[in-house]
Design a protein around this ligand. Structure first.
Ligand code: SF4
Ligand SMILES: [Zn+2]
Length: 306
């Protein structure tokens, strides 16, 4: 499966190991209910060794480990250009605690640069969650949150995603992190391959419920998208269809109504789902506002069927 996924890939983008490939500040709902600015830096580093079926994050990565000091230099570059923020996401298109992605020798320099933020959020594969997370949090001296890809609790689809992780692995990672007071957010896919629209909604909600059940504080729902080669192939074969906007709305509404933790929907590229010129822009605005306020607001009627 891995070979098929890799062989279907288009070319990577050219990236500079001394520069982050993107950075911005945007507001986000915090655990306490306030809305606060979060800086996000997309670090340039070596490609993730996992090869998940739906992943397109490898596009902005290097083939080799970046030189010592390069990650700190990228953070300096972004922070010098960003407005102030309370929290920071250091997202690296893979796993922060993958020693070939972020050289562990750089942890002290990274910690020096971000310890003034209230929360530092990094992403990581559940099977790479070890005591290293705790040591990094101790070096930071501020709150650490780890974002883990659960993707789905569907018992047939999760193994088919090639993530090389079981639900038990995910649960174990969450337990380890929470035991040491490291907060957890989870990424959940809306309508991964082979699920129809209704099943897509149902399993996204089941996945959110599972996360809250085991103590995850925030669920970020990502509409599954094509763009990595293999997903387009599955789409042609009828095995994958991107979710509809209305499904994203349903999942956010129902997820917020659980009242168990924060639920966010990923609005990157959402315009592709919101194609109706009449209702698309106001519906995206509604989702943005629900993300921020964590409250359900009345939906907008339209007869376009998107
Ligand atoms: S673990 Fe994350 S970054 Fe790595 S291939 Fe899977 S989805 Fe992509
Ligand atoms: Zn419409």
């Amino acid at each position: 499966m891995t070979a098929q996924i890799v062989s279907a890939r288009p070319a990577k983008n050219a990236v500079d190991p001394r520069r982050p490939y993107a950075f911005f500040v945007e507001p986000e709902a915090t655990a306490s209910g306030s809305i606060e600015d979060v800086a996000t830096i997309f670090l340039t580093n070596r490609e993730c060794p996992f090869r998940c079926l739906m992943c397109d994050l490898w596009k902005n990565t290097t083939d080799d480990t970046v030189p010592p000091g390069a990650i700190a230099e990228q953070i300096d570059y972004a922070l010098a250009r960003l407005p102030a923020a309370r929290h920071i996401k250091l997202y690296n298109s893979g796993n922060f605690f993958d020693a070939k992605a972020i050289p562990p020798g750089d942890y002290p320099a990274i910690a020096d640069r971000v310890r003034a933020f209230n929360t530092v959020i990094v992403e990581n594969h559940p099977n790479l969650c070890t005591e290293a997370c705790v040591r990094f949090r101790d070096a930071l001296g501020t709150s650490l949150e780890v974002a883990l890809g659960l993707e789905t609790v569907h018992p047939r689809v999760l193994p088919a995603l090639n993530k090389q992780m079981t639900l038990e692995d995910f649960d174990r990672a969450v337990e380890l992190l929470l035991r040491d007071s490291i907060a957890v957010r989870a990424f959940i896919l809306l309508r991964p391959p082979t699920l129809d629209e209704e099943q897509g909604v149902e399993w996204a909600l089941r996945s959110i419920e599972h996360c809250f059940e085991i103590g995850v504080g925030c669920c970020a729902v990502i509409p599954t998208r094509a763009g990595n080669g293999i997903m387009e192939r599955l789409q042609r074969e009828g095995l994958f269809t991107p979710p509809r906007l209305v499904s994203l709305e349903r999942v956010l509404e129902a997820g917020l109504r659980f009242g168990r933790g924060r639920v966010l929907v990923d609005l990157w590229d959402v315009e592709k789902l919101a194609s109706c010129p009449r209702c698309g822009p106001p519906r995206v605005e509604r989702l943005r506002s629900m993300n921020l306020t964590q409250r359900v607001v009345p939906s907008l009627a339209c007869d376009c069927g998107t």
